[in-house]
Design a protein. Structure first.
Length: 264
């Protein structure tokens, strides 16, 4: 079922990207992804011109505001000892996730990558070397994404990635366009908090409250696996979110909904 779903998503996006490839876009100004955090279950809005730009290239940062569904995503640039705990929690709670990895992570944490794949999680492309993508040429962007894919295929047999996320959320319109031309779809997020400093502990309650306070229908959550706070907070967060009526789904499901393929 999972392989079929990913095949459908891949075919849909290749068709979409083929259409987009006929568009011409001037190099845009540099954007740094950000938004006013959700409160009281309200949907996150980024406003124009970003809403229009993302829609133009099929980039996604949230799901249906009428459905209490959560999409878990994790960024992994390097390993800090907590990813195994996160994977165990996801397995126990039957919660799918997408892990956006770098080339460094494929090399330094190859066993964990294989576990992610074996557990049915999606691997996303966070670039090979974690550069500022908005300052690269089109050929340099292509090299970043495809070098990652080549290494991933060597390690896991996965042919290529579909979903990509720019390092540090920095991008411009050219990044979105070049990605589309190459068959990639950009995935941003609607919940995040400061959790990327590996030596800065604030406690599990900090991570838990940051997630629960921003929780909203259709949330795409970004967390970093280097944080012990996240690993410790995740079991309680998932259980309590479920108790509030939320379910957890994959980015494949989100894309199928976005494209109007899924009828809920």
């Amino acid at each position: 079922m999972l392989k079929h779903k990913q095949h459908v998503v891949g075919v849909l996006f290749i068709v979409f990207a083929t259409f987009i490839s006929f568009m011409t876009v001037a190099r845009a100004e540099e954007f740094h992804w950000g938004f006013k955090p959700s409160r009281d279950g309200a949907t996150v809005e980024i406003g124009q011109p970003l809403e229009g730009m993302l829609e133009k290239y099929g980039a996604i940062y949230k799901g249906n505001k009428e459905r209490k569904v959560i999409y878990l995503t994790f960024d992994n640039g390097y390993e800090n000892g907590y990813t195994e705990s996160i994977l165990n929690t996801l397995r126990e709670e039957k919660a799918p996730a997408t892990f956006f990895l770098t080339g460094h992570y494929l090399t330094s944490a190859s066993d964990l990558v294989k576990t992610m794949v074996a557990d049915g999680h999606i691997i996303g492309n966070h670039s090979y070397g974690h550069p500022n993508m908005a300052r690269l040429s089109a050929s340099e962007m292509q090299k970043e994404w495809q070098q990652f894919d080549a290494k991933l295929k060597e390690l896991t047999g996965i042919e290529r990635t579909i979903y990509t996320r720019p390092p540090e959320g920095t991008f411009n319109e050219q990044v979105l366009k070049v990605g589309n031309d190459l068959g990639y779809r950009h995935m941003f997020w609607s919940i995040a908090f400061k959790d990327w400093l590996k030596d800065e502990r604030r406690g599990a309650d900090y991570a838990y409250n940051a997630l629960m306070n921003q929780l909203h229908p259709g949330a795409v959550i970004l967390m970093h696996t280097v944080a012990q706070d996240n690993a410790e907070a995740l079991p309680k967060f998932i259980k309590d979110a479920k108790a509030k009526g939320y379910t957890f789904s994959s980015l494949d499901d989100l894309v199928m909904e976005y494209e109007g393929v899924a009828n809920w």
